[in-house]
Design a protein around this ligand. Structure first.
Ligand SMILES: Nc1nc2c(ncn2[C@@H]2O[C@H](COP(=O)(O)OP(=O)(O)O)[C@@H](O)[C@H]2O)c(=O)[nH]1
Ligand SMILES: Nc1ncnc2c1ncn2[C@@H]1O[C@H](COP(=O)(O)OP(=O)(O)O)[C@@H](O)[C@H]1O
Length: 191
């Protein structure tokens, strides 16, 4: 019988480098990872692809799926809805895939209630100054939104105690290697 895959939650403030770090190992065949594509009502950034980075939907479409019970968890983040479609997560895990959710702290709380053995990882920046530099350097949000996201980051950093592992993204390759080791450790052992 196939061993059920892990449910992995990765959180971290906007601009900390979640996407950059995850890209380093997402396609590593040994880790058998499947990325859970979330639904969001936020605007698509240049380079983002519908169905790959997110399912970009309207507020009405989001509310319909949510109200029909189609989301594992959901939240409102700086004016937009984000949620994890339920369909797919269980199926992939039953096929032995380790399903990775890149979600924020409220979502993680909901997931832990439903799936207590979820593997939770929080990525922190080396400093708030560096976080600000990265979020601005990305140039994907107007100043007002950058300010809101930085304020949100301060709050989110208070939630690290809710996670099993906290990893600092100072050097991308090192952070990716640490997360790789954590995932492999959990794949090999039953917790
Ligand atoms: N709860 C929850 N949070 C999500 C989901 N998808 C993305 N997020 C989080 O929403 C926040 C904003 O995401 P995004 O707008 O892509 O900004 P970025 O993190 O700066 O790239 C981040 O903390 C994401 O991890 C989801 O399905 N559920
Ligand atoms: N360890 C790092 N050192 C320096 N810059 C980084 C590092 N990790 C990510 N970045 C940069 O920070 C910005 C935000 O990264 P991104 O992956 O989009 O963050 P997130 O997905 O957490 O919002 C990007 O411009 C990225 O190139």
């Amino acid at each position: 019988m196939t061993k059920k895959g892990l449910l992995i939650v990765v959180s971290g403030p906007s601009g900390v480098g979640k996407g950059t770090v995850l890209k380093e190992f997402m396609n590593d065949p040994d880790l058998k990872l499947s990325y859970s594509v979330s639904m969001t009502t936020r605007e698509k950034r240049p380079g983002e692809v519908d169905g790959i980075n997110y399912y970009f939907v309207t507020k009405e479409e989001f509310e319909k799926v949510r109200d029909e019970g189609g989301l594992l968890e959901w939240t409102e983040f700086v004016g937009n809805y984000y949620g994890t479609p339920l369909a797919g997560v269980e199926k992939l895990r039953n096929e032995g895939r380790n399903v990775l959710l890149e979600i924020e702290v409220n979502g993680c709380r909901q997931v832990k209630e439903k799936v207590p053995d979820a593997l939770t990882i929080f990525i922190v920046p080396p400093s708030m100054k560096e976080l600000e530099k990265r979020i601005r350097g990305r140039k994907t949000e107007p100043e007002e939104i950058v300010q809101q996201r930085l304020a949100k980051a301060e709050k989110e950093l208070e939630s690290t105690g809710n996670y099993r592992y906290v990893v600092c993204n100072d050097d991308v390759k090192l952070a990716a290697d640490i997360i790789r080791v954590i995932i492999r450790h959990h794949m090999e052992r039953d917790f």
